[in-house]
Design a protein around this ligand. Sequence first.
Ligand code: NOJ
Length: 866
Amino acid sequence: MKSAVALAVLASSGITAAAPEKLHKRALASSAPFYPSPWMDPDAAGWQDAYAKAKEFVSQLTLLEKVNLTTGTGWESEQCVGTVGAIPRLGLSALCMQDSPVGVRGTDYNSVFPSGQLTAATFDRSLLYKRGLGMGQEAKGKGVTVLLGPVAGPLGRMPEGGRNWEGFSPDPVLTGIAIAETIKGVQDGGVVACAKHFIGNEQEHFRQTGEAQGYGFNITETLSSNIDDKTMHELYLWPFVDAVRAGVGSVMCSYQQLNNSYSCQNSKLLNELLKGELGFQGFVMSDWQAQHTGAASAVAGLDMSMPGDTVFNSGRSYWGTNLTAAVLNGTVPLWRVDDMAMRIMAAFFKVGMEVGKQEPINFSFWTSATFGFRNWVAQKNVEMINHHVDVRAEHALTIREVAAKGTVLLKNTGALPLKKPKFLVVVGEDAGGNPFGPNACSDRGCDNGTLAMGWGSGTANFPYLVTPDAGIQARALQDGSRYESVLSNYAWTQTSALVSQANATAIVFVNADSGEGYINVDGNEGDRKNLTLWKNGDDLIKNVSSICPNTIVVIHSTGPVLVTDWYNSTNITAILWAGLPGQESGNSIADVLYGAVSPGRTPFTWGATRESYGTDVLYEPNNGNDAPQQDFSEGVFIDYRHFDKANSSLIWEFGHGLSYTTFKYSNLQVAKSQAGPYTPTTGQTAPAPTLGNFSTDPNDYLFPNASFPYIFEYIYPYLNVSDLKKATDDADYGKSAKDFLPPGATDGSAQPLIKASGKSSPGGNPQLYDVMYTVTADIQNTGSVAGDEIPQLYVSLGGDNPKVVLRGFDRLSIQPGDTQQFKVDLTRRDLSNWDPATQDWVVNDNQKTVFVGSSSRKLLLNAALQ
Ligand code: NOJ
């Protein structure tokens, strides 16, 4: 087995450097080392009980058992997408890691929820929570331990980013609130949530070298996302802070490098920012094959290796045997492995799981057959592996509601809501089903029929898919409308014959898809290659609207598309964005079209051209065969912040969305609170706790006996032979920690607390959450029907900050004539900037102004903050 030890030499965090000849060509961004890795804090708020239980459990474990908890058993080795070893002696069954952020992946009788992005468009905290709860309950019912979501990376720096839909919004505050509510829901459902991908995973291209090579790019290291300290704090890290505050049990480090150090061994990221500054008490797991070293990643803060093998099905691991050996030979201190095990078990206990009472894993990700190999790749142990447990409960109701309330009414000249239309013609392939079934394409890697989910690991199998054609027809028949549909983008003769008829209301469905990098759909290698509609969508819209004066357009997409050519046509009477709605698609869109439900607001900006966004995917390597370099040189200016800075026109701004009624904003009030001064955190941690002793005799770590049921390609914690050098198969074996690990990496003595951190308070210095001002405004429904308004609070921080930044919002259901109060507490964090010089948050002297409005550009009320 390839050793932790040797590989660590190559790419330890803080040591990683480009070859010298490259350095003179380009000064590469770098990541400062931070050691030792912060250990758990038993007094951390929200974690005390979990920590006490974890301590009781982990204190009983042998070194082998601890290692078994930290290392996956290998790709396709057990039923879940990732599994860590069981501890049968104490009754702990294997822990199951399973995708995805829209439902339980790769099984049956589960629900498919709307994408995170569409859920963000509801701007509704209770729906974000409810969706999370439903997903958590379903995962629990399948025997999952960790549900691999939600997503805040990608945040959405580039609209082409393939996985933006798995996350929420390029605005960090909206994403922060969304991820926190989702996490609370998932974990209340009884499973551990996993905030991913940490961090800077903004594009699919070059995230993994093997994948890139498969596309013909000869690179030897992955992309480096180069993000400066201020941008990191004020933008990309922001939602992860909210995730940590919400008590998230696990975080997944990402594939690509951050400032030229791999995320899963980047000590600045994992040790300093996540565990130090944010006080994260759960565990860090690697993305699948995102681990590149053994000892180096252990001391840089990684706690769990997924799926456990170095590369899929290699039978080798950076950890497993090698982590055992690394502790035995003194390279990795025991306290670090204790801390890994503690963190994993604390997360387990925190969500209410109990040893010996885990829900059995009742599905196999690798097959839908009822009976089959439990150990899939080894083709071993035939048993009933799929129990086909129906976990859906009443979640369809939530799914329908979320997708409808997230759908955005971008334009409406009076065509909507529909009122007993005489003749409805639904047009477009995107209104119908995939002729081969909604799950026909593996991991949804195609765009056939209506688009209700992107592609990749962020998917789940549909239990059914209500197409727009089915949903709208069912609703239309209630009114006695005449109804026809043409479910093709290319049947112009038939389509024109219908939409040219008297009284026709045409609803044209179009889409644009994207997904994860390992699948290429129509030349889109995960990331979209352009922002135009797929399958001739633009021409379809133009053709229909050229002859039908009442043309309504519905867009299913993974982000903004270019509408510039046609959105202003007077024959186009309404445009809706319905995102990726999940299984109830047709019912949800019917609810919005007919006015049964109030729509949402766009969670991203719609630019007039692709270039107008100011950022784009890096599609070609730019550093020879070395790591492609992507400089996030625009800083915090993405999406609306960029458009505002450039003062450029756009089609629809962030936060925009129409309603079927009208609202009046008035009476803005700002009340100043008596928040005390900000005091940076001082003091020290306790020394690293160690839980028990271990034998240093390698003979105690051999495979148990000759009849041990060894499984092919399985990753074990045991040694093959008692000679550690042979057991690790490491040519460099014998070097000690001080030969290659960075200074301080193994130091378990008390450490100074980070200024911006909180003492036993996850989420940073608690004074950042002191309320400085309370802002209120009155919102009146001045129309004749009930409706939801989504008032938004923006702040101008002055100086060189964005023109405005979102800091609060609410979704208020208001009856006609009624008024409701919109209220936001502005915290110190909301008014601070990150100061790289002092390494802390600072409220500077710039004049600050608060705005309340209905979008990022409709800032109806304002007041200066005193
Ligand atoms: C890779 C993806 O990036 C990650 O999001 C997913 O959870 C794992 N694969 C497991 O499928």
